[in-house]
Design a protein around this ligand. Structure first.
Ligand SMILES: NC(=O)N[C@@H](O)C(=O)O
Ligand code: NI
Length: 163
C-alpha cells in the first residue's frame, strides 16, 4: 500500500501537471474603468486539435473523508480539464504524469485550500472529483469525438492520509 500525506497546493509544485487557479495568488489588471479587476489567462485550456471547450457544472453529491483509499485514476488524453469550486470545497488532487498507465512511483498528492482550483493538463492521471465538501464545481474540459477518458483501477494500492 502506498501511503501519501497531502501537501499544500502551490503553483510551483503543481506545475508539471497543469495550473493552480488561485484568486489569492493571481495578479491582474483593472478593467471597465477600474470597476473590475481582471485575473487573466489563469489556465491553459486545451481542447485538442479537433475538440471544443465544454463549460460544465459538477454538483458533488457524495464527499470523501481522509484517510481515503481511491479505487480509480483516470486521464484525458485529448484535452485538459479544469475544476474550480463555486464557493468553498477542499478537494483531493492526486496526480501522476501522462503515460499509458499511471506510474504510482510518481504520484503527487495535494489538498486544495477550499478556494483553489486546478487545470489538469492533457493526459495527466488524476482522481475523479474527490471533494471533502459537498459543493458545485465549475468544470471546463474538452468535448468531441474519440475516447477522452481512460480509467484504471488502483483499488487497494493507495491510501491518502490526513494532513
Ligand atoms: N467523468 C467526468 O466527466 N469527470 C471526471 O473526468 C473527473 O475528473 O471528475
Ligand atoms: Ni477527469
Amino acid at each position: 500500500m502506498i501511503r501519501l500525506t497531502p501537501q499544500p497546493l502551490t503553483a510551483a509544485a503543481f506545475a508539471p501537471f497543469g495550473e493552480v487557479i488561485d484568486e489569492q495568488a493571481a495578479s491582474g489588471f483593472a478593467i471597465n474603468g477600474g470597476t473590475s479587476l481582471r485575473l487573466n489567462d489563469l489556465a491553459r485550456l486545451d481542447p485538442g486539435e479537433d475538440g471544443r471547450v465544454l463549460f460544465n457544472l459538477f454538483v458533488c453529491r457524495q464527499s470523501i473523508s481522509l484517510p481515503h483509499q481511491p479505487t480509480v485514476m483516470e486521464c484525458h488524453p485529448l484535452g485538459s480539464q479544469a475544476f474550480l469550486p463555486r464557493h468553498f470545497a477542499r478537494f483531493l488532487v492526486l496526480v501522476a504524469p501522462p503515460a499509458p498507465q499511471p506510474d504510482l512511483s510518481q504520484l503527487h498528492c495535494f489538498l486544495s485550500d477550499g478556494r483553489q482550483g486546478v487545470n489538469y493538463a492533457r493526459g495527466v492521471w488524476h482522481l475523479p472529483l474527490s471533494s471533502l465538501d459537498l459543493e458545485t464545481f465549475v468544470v471546463v474540459d474538452r468535448g468531441g469525438s474519440g475516447n477522452n477518458c481512460h480509467e484504471v483501477s488502483v483499488a487497494g494500492q493507495i491510501e491518502v492520509l490526513e494532513q
